[in-house]
Design a protein around this ligand. Structure first.
Ligand code: RIB
Ligand code: CA
Length: 313
C-alpha cells in the first residue's frame, strides 16, 4: 500500500520531536509533505527552529519546514516552558539548525497542498494547538472536504486537564481553533491524555533508547529523561506520557489503539472549564459522533515500534 501523505503541524516539544523522528523513520508508511510549526509549548521562533533541529537529527535536511501562526486565533499565547524547558527541547545540548526555513507561511502551505493534491489523499497530523489548521479552514473553506483525515493529539476525558483542572494544553491554548476543527466535519481521530498517559517512558524504555548507541537514541533518551520529571512529580507516575508519537504510531499501526466513535465538543466560553473536550463517551446525548476518541493502547507494542523505527535513523 502507498504511504499516507501527511502534513505534521507541531510545537516541538520533546514529545513532538519523537513523533517527527518516528514519521521520518517510516517512509514505507508515511510521506511527510511538510512540517508546519505553530506557537505552543514555546513561541514560534523556537518551534520552527526545533522542528528543523529534529529533521537534521533524523538526517533529513531536505524536509520542508514552515513557520505558521505565532499566536492563537483570538487569545494571548500560553506556553509550557515549565514542562519542556526554555528552548522547548531542553535536556541535551543542541546545535542551531543549518537547513533553511521555507519562505511560505505554514497556513498557505496547508491550503496550497490540499488544493494541489488529489482530494481525500492528505492527512493532517496536528501535535500542538490547532491554530494553523483552523486558520487554513477559515481562510479557505474549500479545502475542508479535501482532507482525508485529521489525527491529532489533544483533549482529555477521564484523565481531565493537565494545564487547568478541566483542559489539556493543546486545546486550552486555542479553544476557538479547536472548536473550528471539531465542528469541521473532517474525519477525526483524537489521541487524548486518556491514552497518552498509558504510554509512559519507564526506565527500561528509556534505557532501550539509550542502548541503540546512535545519536538519535541518545538524544531521545536525554529528552525523555528531562521531559519526564514534570509528570513524575505531578502524577507520581513511573515516567512521562509520550503524547505526540501516538499520532504517528496510529498511522503506522492503528491496531495498537482502541477507542470509541463519539461526539466531542469544545468549551469556548466558561472561564472555569475553557478548552475542555466535552466527550460523550457514554453516549448520553443524541449529539452526532464526530471523532474516534482513543482510550487505550498496547503500550509495549507502541514502544517496540518506536524503538525499532528510531534505530533506523
Ligand atoms: O498536553 C500535551 C500536549 O501539549 C503535547 O502535544 C505536548 O507537546 C504539548 O504540545
Ligand atoms: Ca505538541
Amino acid at each position: 500500500m502507498a504511504p499516507r501523505k501527511i502534513i505534521i503541524d507541531t510545537d516541538p516539544g520533546q514529545d513532538d520531536a519523537v513523533a517527527i523522528l518516528l514519521a521520518l523513520a517510516s517512509p514505507e508508511d508515511v510521506e511527510v509533505l511538510g512540517i508546519t510549526a505553530v506557537a505552543g509549548n514555546v513561541p514560534l521562533p523556537l518551534t520552527q527552529k526545533n522542528a528543523r533541529i529534529v529533521c537534521e537529527l533524523a538526517g533529513k535536511p531536505e524536509t520542508r519546514v514552515f513557520a505558521g501562526c505565532d499566536a492563537p486565533i483570538r487569545r494571548k499565547l500560553v506556553t509550557a516552558e515549565h514542562v519542556h524547558g526554555k528552548t522547548g527541547l531542553d535536556g541535551p545540548k543542541m546545535d542551531d539548525p543549518t537547513m533553511p526555513l521555507q519562505d511560505q507561511h505554514g497556513v498557505d502551505f496547508i491550503i496550497d497542498t490540499l488544493r494541489a493534491e488529489p482530494a481525500g489523499t492528505v492527512t493532517l497530523c496536528p501535535l500542538g494547538p490547532l491554530t494553523n489548521i483552523a486558520t487554513a479552514f477559515s481562510r479557505a473553506p474549500d479545502i475542508v472536504d479535501r482532507v482525508q483525515e485529521i489525527i491529532l493529539m489533544g483533549g482529555a476525558y477521564f484523565e481531565v486537564g493537565n494545564i487547568t483542572p478541566a483542559a489539556e494544553f493543546n486545546i486550552y491554548v486555542d479553544p476557538e481553533a479547536a472548536d473550528i476543527v471539531f465542528r469541521s466535519g473532517v474525519p477525526l481521530v483524537v489521541m487524548p491524555l486518556d491514552v497518552t498517559h498509558k504510554a509512559l517512558t519507564t526506565k527500561p524504555r528509556i534505557d532501550a533508547f539509550r542502548a541503540m548507541g546512535t545519536r538519535v537514541g541518545t538524544m531521545v533518551a536525554a529528552w525523555t529523561d528531562f521531559f519526564e520529571r514534570f509528570d513524575m512529580e505531578k502524577y507520581g507516575s513511573e515516567g512521562a506520557p509520550l503524547h505526540d508519537p501516538c499520532v504517528i504510531a496510529y498511522l503506522i499501526d492503528p491496531h495498537l489503539f482502541k477507542g470509541r466513535h463519539i461526539n466531542v465538543e469544545i468549551e469556548t466560553s466558561s472561564d472555569l472549564t475553557l478548552g475542555m473536550t466535552v466527550a460523550d463517551w457514554w453516549r448520553v446525548t443524541d449529539r452526532k459522533p464526530n471523532a474516534l476518541f482513543i482510550g487505550d493502547l498496547h503500550a509495549d507494542g507502541f514502544y517496540q515500534m518506536l524503538t525499532d523505527r528510531l534505530a533506523r535513523l
